[in-house]
Design a protein around this ligand. Structure first.
Ligand code: COA
Ligand code: AMP
Length: 639
């Protein structure tokens, strides 16, 4: 017996989308209500709640303190890598944020200015984000696992007046100094910030550049709190860069009003979380998942959020997540499937899990990559709670497809993210734009307008926004995911249609890695593709063809290109495997046969494509991959 109002709510949204969102917007504090719910005067660009005035920080903190949540914990910093646990009440966090906002104002920052944050998972990262929101400054967080070049490309695009960073991050037991990366990033960038604010951590003292670098603690010691600045609902709250198909990441813009409304709605209706409950997203503030569900949504909804500086395994063992859940009374956990694969590998029988009282725990949500049914079923069996795979993208900022637990759960089909969330009309289209049904795989698109909370455009680049997302099918947003809808209306999101790969839930561009490989002096040609990995889902594999006459040992060149990707993109790329090949496998028209190589590496049945220019090269690659430990040519089928 299914007891879900999903169909009814979805229908209500579809019949009157503007009325639906206007009603949901009542849950937010507005300084001034909107003139129009949806401004559709400039299609394909749509804006939500035009004329409205809000403040995201006010909705995250001040409002709750004013309404009696001042003493409730808002943020619990749990850091197994430093041995620290610290809880902040709503009142305490508000005080810190208001004072850091005072620091920003004192540094001359004004509404619309940009600030880059390059921070580890520390409370100060959240404080800085909310302080920016408080005074209408646009933050752009850069994930700590990205290297200096990636930071530089974001500095050039966002043109920040200020960068906020810390002396180091801590990766399990390894201190990662951030300051040298920051200094190098600024040195490479063509745009220079006026100031940097550095949080000195006891694990590593950063050297400061006189006249440019300021000390977080010194500034905070003399800071004066400032109030929230009302901003337009359509003003940007943040820019978050995400991998595109080239080396240059895309600057996803998030507005204030639509984001507030959508995230607030999602907490109750998708995640089924009531104000006052503890909600934990085990991700990083550098990713969209962290922006939306570590920082903003739980705070909009009056929850307690956990900021966890650690890993699912190794800090100190595969019981780490269960310790956090039982110690802090977590009701709902959201993480990536890769974290569960890592736990499952080290604790297949769930012994660590059973050491803790998990009676408080209600639901597990997974996203960032498709959850393979094995992992989902294992988690469900061990935990004895519903495990919900849900699908979204940096661009949308909140789930597109989910089992909306707050509306009453629908039956789970492992491998499917369930159904489109109210607000999203999702379809599968053939290459020539025909709608596909009955399980036929196609390009997954969303009918315009996208709901509140989704990107209105790319930072300073309406043209690229249109070209990347809106030009393929008129009236639709292209997700760049391939998949299908089954006869029950369930969505199955299977793979990307571009050259993005998903490594441990992190979205990476193989094009960007190819650019790095191609810049090696001995490399004539190269290709990077994603191959299956038991823990990370996918990892990149590089194929490199050397320039004529290069006689150096292949291992040496491979070591160099691996190091180059680590230095230019960052350790997060997990680029560790490359093979020197005589030629790249191509079709007669010159297209690299990435899909076939992937199948060879993954040990999946493949056919030698009829269009291949030189079939022998596949055997050579298969032999090379077999040496590297990949299945090789076992499954080759005749053309
Ligand atoms: N700063 C500096 N380096 C970082 C970093 C950071 N913030 N985050 C990751 N790295 C480094 C890691 O130390 C690692 O370096 P190494 O190659 O020297 O070992 C590399 O980047 C890859 O990191 P990661 O992908 O995290 O792999 P891992 O092997 O350290 O851990 C998992 C594997 C599965 C445990 C880990 O990926 C994980 O917990 N993932 C959770 C998923 C997640 O948060 N996804 C976000 C989207 S929801
Ligand atoms: P990101 O922008 O980093 O959040 O990555 C978004 C991409 O990750 C999507 O376009 C999908 O390719 C993939 N993805 C995220 N969650 C899921 C999921 N639950 N199922 C399938 N793919 C997913």
């Amino acid at each position: 017996m299914i007891n879900s109002t999903y169909d009814e709510v979805y229908g209500r949204w579809r019949d009157a989308p503007e009325g639906f969102w206007a009603e949901m917007a009542e849950a937010i504090h507005w300084y001034k209500k909107w003139d129009r719910v949806l401004d559709a005067s400039r299609p394909p660009f749509y804006r939500w709640f035009t004329g409205g005035m809000v403040n995201s920080c006010y909705n995250a903190l001040d409002r709750h303190v004013e309404h009696g949540r001042g003493n409730q914990s808002v943020l619990i910093y749990d850091s197994p890598v430093t041995g620290k646990i610290k809880a902040f009440s709503y009142r305490e966090l508000l005080d810190e944020v208001a004072r850091f906002a005072g620091v920003l104002v004192r540094q001359g920052l004004q509404k619309g200015d940009r600030v880059i944050l390059y921070m580890p998972m520390m409370p100060e990262a959240v404080i800085a984000m909310l302080a920016c929101a408080r005074v209408g400054v646009i933050h752009s967080v850069v994930f700590g696992g990205f290297a200096a070049h990636e930071l530089a490309s974001r500095i050039n695009d966002a043109q920040p007046k200020l960068i906020i960073s810390a002396s180091c991050g801590i990766e399990v037991d390894r201190v990662v100094p951030y300051k040298p990366l920051l200094d190098k990033g600024i040195e490479i960038a063509s745009v220079k910030p006026e100031r940097c604010i550095i949080l000195q951590r006891p694990e590593e003292k950063a050297s400061m550049i006189a006249g440019r670098d300021l000390d977080w603690s010194e500034l905070m010691a003399e800071a004066k709190p400032v109030d929230c600045v009302p901003v337009a609902a359509t003003d940007p709250l943040y820019i978050l860069y995400t991998s595109g198909t080239t080396g240059m990441p895309k600057g996803i813009v998030r507005d204030n009003g639509g984001h507030l409304v959508a995230l607030m709605w999602s907490m109750k209706n998708i995640y089924g979380v009531e104000p006052g409950e503890v909600f934990w997203t085990a991700s990083d503030v550098g990713w969209v998942v962290g922006h939306s569900y570590i920082v903003y949504a739980p705070l909009f909804n009056g929850n307690t959020t956990i900021l966890y500086e650690g890993k699912p395994v190794g800090t100190p063992d595969p019981g780490a997540f269960w310790r956090v859940i039982s110690q802090h009374g977590v009701r709902v956990l959201f993480t990536a499937p890769t974290a569960f694969r890592a736990i499952k590998r080290e604790d297949p029988t769930g012994d660590y899990m059973r050491k803790y009282d998990l009676s408080c725990f209600r639901t597990l949500f997974l996203a960032g990559e498709r959850c393979d049914p094995d992992t989902l079923l294992w988690a469900e069996k061990q935990l004895g709670v519903p495990v919900i795979d849900h699908w979204w993208q940096t661009e949308t900022g909140w789930p597109i497809g989910a089992n909306c637990v707050g509306l009453g759960m629908l039956p789970v089909k492992p491998g499917s993210c369930t159904k489109p969330v109210p607000g999203y009309d999702v379809r599968a289209l053939s290459d020539d734009g025909q709608e596909l049904s009955g399980g036929q795989i196609g390009n997954i698109v969303i009918q315009l307008p996208l709901p509140p909370g989704c990107l209105p455009t790319l930072w300073n680049n309406d043209e690229a926004f249109q070209k990347s997302y809106l030009s393929h099918y008129s009236g639709y947003y292209l997700t760049a995911d391939a998949g299908y809808k089954d006869d029950d209306g369930y969505l199955w999101i299977m793979s990307r249609t571009d050259d993005i790969i998903n490594v441990a839930g992190h979205r990476l561009s193989t094009g960007a890695m190819e650019e790095v490989l191609a810049s090696h002096p001995d490399v004539a040609e190269c290709a990077v593709l994603g191959i299956a990995d038991a823990i990370k889902g996918e990892i990149p594999l590089g194929l490199i063809v050397l320039k004529a006459g290069v006689r150096r040992p292949h291992d040496e060149i491979v070591t160099e290109v691996v190091q180059m990707v680590r230095e230019r993109i960052g350790p997060v790329a997990s680029f560790k495997v490359a093979s020197v090949v005589k030629r790249l496998p191509k079709t007669r028209s010159g297209k690299i046969l990435r899909g076939t190589v992937k199948k060879i590496a993954d040990g999946v049945d493949y056919r030698v494509p009829l269009t291949i220019d030189d079939p022998a090269i596949l055997d050579e690659i298969a032999a090379d991959l077999a040496v590297l430990g990949y299945p090789g040519s076992l499954s080759k089928k005749p053309a």
